[in-house]
Design a protein around this ligand. Structure first.
Ligand SMILES: [Zn+2]
Length: 85
């Protein structure tokens, strides 16, 4: 499906693991590079959820799983985003 940002502002949405990855049935999160802290062994990086950036008036191809994200679902219903096939 496609999403169009119908506003005049750039919109950035997080795609949280609990809603997006679950709907996707796959994990789209990425692990941030491990940070070196002096005196400590480098630990595994923090897990960051994926995000979606929508430029004003631009249509992007997205997985329908984004509609499982409450913030995106609300934006579609409010008309700030247009969902189409
Ligand atoms: Zn995930």
């Amino acid at each position: 499906m496609k999403l169009t940002n119908t506003t005049h502002k750039v919109r950035v949405y997080n795609l949280p693991h609990d809603s997006y990855c679950r709907a996707l049935r796959a994990c789209a999160c990425r692990r941030a590079p491990a940070q070196r802290i002096a005196g400590r062994r480098p630990a595994g990086g923090r897990l960051c959820c994926a995000s979606l950036t929508l430029q004003p008036g631009v249509q992007v191809e997205v997985n329908a799983a984004v509609l499982a994200v409450p913030e995106i679902n609300r934006a579609v219903r409010a008309g700030a985003l247009r969902a189409s096939e």
